[in-house]
Ligand binder design. Sequence first.
Ligand SMILES: Cc1ncc(COP(=O)(O)O)c(C=O)c1O
Length: 397
Amino acid sequence: MGLEWKGPCWFIPGPTWLTPAVLEGLAQPTMTHRSPEFKSVMAELHGRLRHSFALTPTTTEVGQQAQEGEDGYSVVVVSGSGTAAMEMVIANRFGSNDQVLVPTNGKFGERVAQMCANFTQVTHLKGEWGRALDLNEIEQILSQGKHEALAICHNETSTGITQDAESLAKIAQKYDVSFILDGITSVGGLPVHPKLWNAEAVVVGGQKCTAGPSGISAVAISESYVEKMIAQRESGKGSPLYYLDLVQALKKAADDQTPWTPSINLCTGWVAALREQDKEGIEKRWERCARLANGVRSLFTSLGFELFADENQCSNTVTAIWYPEPDWGEEWRRWISVEKETFVIGGQDHVKGRIFRVGSMGVTSIEEMIEGCKRMIDGFKHFGMELPDVDVASHFR
Ligand SMILES: Cc1ncc(COP(=O)(O)O)c(C=O)c1O
């Protein structure tokens, strides 16, 4: 293991901390979005985003259709956070009479359901937070043949659970429904295989596993998605759209551009982050996230803490842990941030004040996590917990 970690420990599950190279990437002089200079930024962004999505590689060269690969998937960059990209995917593909099934087990899945309800007829299968989705129930509903799509939040950041996308993909294929994934905290940090899963659309947010800036996102869409979106448009039944028109965005992406003025410096910053991703290698990044999360799970359960998520589906990019004492849990979180410069996030909605969540995404190193865990344990001891002295590093080997 390398050097000891001295600085702040940042385990927020996005925005992740930005490396000096990314900060430099953000601080580029003004360029216009119709310049050759910007086209080369977009081409590189498209080419490298394909690696984040585990799509077939293309190129990072201008004028070479970097966004579109042999696997039939195209990537499109969206000026807006992941929510904008998800809205783009739903609003462009479905009409108000389309039935979309959204099974959920946390806050972000519920948001997918709310969003779909604005544009489609949604069947919201609202499950218990942190429990695995009920595949039999999903299959039973889809077997009725009413639904056009199955939409999920792949990695539920609110509860630290990763859905069984492979099994869900098989069910979607069996009943010939479109499979849509909010991959906002999975793409770049967990194995995501759009082609293998026959996914029509997958969304990623810049500030999460790719360790890029916030306020920018991207979608990967299949040929089938594009065909159905265009058919929807031609039928006149689609939702009214202008800024988030994916047909326009796709057309411009083919020329290494965007329809409207994009967030130019977020694009240059994201490129810098993706260069770092590619230097590490996407599979190596998945492995590092897994090692970080495994270590966190192993350490805290060995100390008697309980994990929030279903044990078979714990996420490798965020771990949710029950506070041993809800009475002072949030005070502990504030204390470690002020006294120890160690940052984790709390729970949302009904688990606010009851759980804390530790992100293991972006560029977090093993050394940073080991140091951060030591500081968290010091914090728990400060609040009176009697914990044994443990070899923290041994959980991360
Ligand atoms: C799984 C998931 N989906 C959606 C969002 C919303 O993304 P954004 O805030 O980038 O719009 C988040 C943010 O944390 C998330 O974790």
